[in-house]
Design a protein around this ligand. Structure first.
Ligand SMILES: *[C@@H]1O[C@H](CO)[C@@H](O)[C@H](O)[C@H]1NC(C)=O
Length: 145
């Protein structure tokens, strides 16, 4: 028990140290750097993240965008609520709450974002998954309102 606990703490420290040493100095990672550390492109989040929390054990995250954010991406209208939540793991954002895409006349929630090599798949409720090239997400979109 004690051994497992100690080992767990050491492992956690080791992982954190690895992550932090890859950043400049001791500055905490930006939300965009966190995405990259999970092999996800920065364009998954719009520009202007005001703050975030991340439980590095569970991957549960919370992102504060200050205001609701809308932009067009590949001919789709996308909306981020001012607060979005989910669970981040390698190549994946799951349990998403607060991200929507306009389909026909109404907004549908994007529930999951998954990277499969050079493709990024977006799972939208009843509409299934639609994939786009990862290169479409190299930059964070600017909110237009
Ligand atoms: C989100 O960030 C803004 C700007 O920094 C701040 O005013 C607001 O209180 C934050 N919201 C929450 C829920 O923390």
């Amino acid at each position: 028990m004690a051994f497992t606990k100690t080992f767990g703490v050491m492992f956690l420290c080791f992982s954190l140290c690895l992550v932090f040493s890859s950043a400049d100095g001791n500055a905490p990672l930006s939300a965009y750097e966190v995405l990259q550390s999970y092999n996800l492109p920065v364009g998954v989040l719009p520009a202007g993240v005001a703050g975030y929390t991340l439980d590095s054990n569970s991957g549960q995250f919370w992102v504060n965008l200050t205001n609701e954010c809308k932009f067009n991406e590949g001919g789709h209208k996308i909306k981020y609520e001012s607060i979005i939540t989910g669970v981040i793991t390698q190549n994946n954002l799951g349990d998403l709450d607060g991200v929507k895409v306009k389909t026909a006349f109404f907004w549908s929630s994007i529930k999951n974002v998954n990277r499969d090599q050079d493709q990024l798949g977006f799972k939208v409720g009843i509409f299934g998954t639609k994939s786009f090239p990862i290169s479409d997400f190299s930059y964070s979109p600017e909110c237009y309102y």
